[in-house]
Design a protein around this ligand. Structure first.
Ligand code: SF4
Ligand code: SF4
Length: 335
């Protein structure tokens, strides 16, 4: 069964980059240290900022990420503080190296999910994108977490480098005991924006036809195998409404230098709508991302058009063939 997950005003989703450093150098890394600094936030500051973004009147969900968040020695303390503050769901996104013995220092009650990034069903594909030895370490990390009783999900960032192997993930996830699979579309930001493509003849992002012929069918197949799949809608069909999450939902993407974005597509630019400064959330001046959320264009998402417009096709009269959905609009497929 497939359903579009609508934006809701009843929850707050906090994506907290507690540091930007990482042990890996993935070819498509979206982290931009020039924009977001290289400093780790200390545990006390992370806790104080978590309090600022928690809303007791709404369901507050937290994703802790980096860089590689398990490199932060205060992560177990941060997780426990988040639960105490009242975050209802807590996820740690990890590349699978699980530093600082993290799975010994938190419990399955503390964490809703460890979410592992894997970009191929084999070392050849995954390690070409993420670095030598990474596949084996990530698989070992998933097995260790599952063995300890943690719920594990996997994130697969689809590009033209690995799209053809997406279906091979299904038996692997079954073998690993993973029951939740996030298929992500590669964003042209961070390192991808600098290089645009590993092969200049081959763009990173899939065309609409290629996306539609690969991703939804694999999601259906995975759901039949008992795995819940979540993937971005990306392309709107005629008659489907366009909505910008920046106008109707509360999503905060927080970086260690205090920048807070409402839209992740803006993260390569100083367009953040807010900053945390002197322990308070402050709005930034014009022009920021929020000034762009209400603009209406035939291509759908304005910021997509500005930063990664290569995914839009036009007819001979220059009219867009379709609109691009908000990058935060997801399809969920369950059996
Ligand atoms: S994509 Fe994630 S794991 Fe890879 S280098 Fe960037 S922060 Fe590290
Ligand atoms: S991706 Fe586009 S539609 Fe979604 S929040 Fe950003 S600007 Fe709005």
């Amino acid at each position: 069964m497939k359903k579009t997950v609508s934006f809701t005003r009843n929850s707050v989703n906090v994506f907290f980059h507690i540091l930007t450093r990482c042990n890996l150098k993935c070819s498509h890394c979206y982290i931009n240290p020039i924009q977001h600094g290289k400093d780790d936030l200390d545990t006390e500051t992370v806790t104080a900022w978590l309090k600022l973004f928690h809303d007791p009147a709404k369901k507050s969900n937290l994703v802790l990420l980096g860089g590689e968040p398990t490199l932060h020695p205060g992560l177990p303390e941060i997780v426990k503080a988040a639960r105490q503050i009242g975050y209802e769901s807590i996820t740690i996104d990890t590349n699978g190296y699980l530093f600082n013995n993290i799975i010994e220092k938190v419990t399955p009650e503390d964490i809703d999910y460890f979410s592992f990034s894997l970009d191929g069903p084999s070392p050849e594909t995954n390690d070409r994108i993420r670095g030598a030895g990474c596949y084996e370490r990530c698989i070992a990390g998933i097995r260790a977490a599952v063995k300890k009783g943690f719920a594990a999900s996997v994130i697969y960032t689809v590009s033209n480098e690995n799209a053809d192997e997406l279906d091979k993930m299904i038996p692997l996830l079954q073998d690993l005991g993973v029951r939740r699979f996030f298929i992500q579309v590669i964003g042209i930001r961070g390192r991808s924006a600098q290089e645009e493509s590993w092969d200049s003849q081959r763009p990173l992002q899939l065309t609409r036809d290629r996306w539609e012929s690969i991703v939804p069918p694999v999601a259906e197949k995975a759901a039949e195998a008992g795995i819940t799949v979540i993937y971005p809608k990306v392309f709107l069909s005629a008659g489907e409404a366009f909505e910008c999450a920046g106008n109707v939902a509360e999503n905060y993407f927080i970086f260690p230098n205090g920048r807070v974005y409402r839209c992740p597509l803006c993260e390569d630019y100083p367009l953040h709508a807010m900053t945390v400064s002197s322990g308070r959330i402050e709005s930034t001046g014009k022009i920021n991302e929020a000034d762009l959320f209400s603009l209406s264009i035939p291509e759908g998402c304005v910021i997509n058009k500005l930063v990664q417009g290569g995914n839009i096709e036009y007819d001979s009269a220059g009219i867009p063939e379709y609109r691009i959905a908000c990058c935060l609009l997801k399809e969920e497929v369950i059996r």
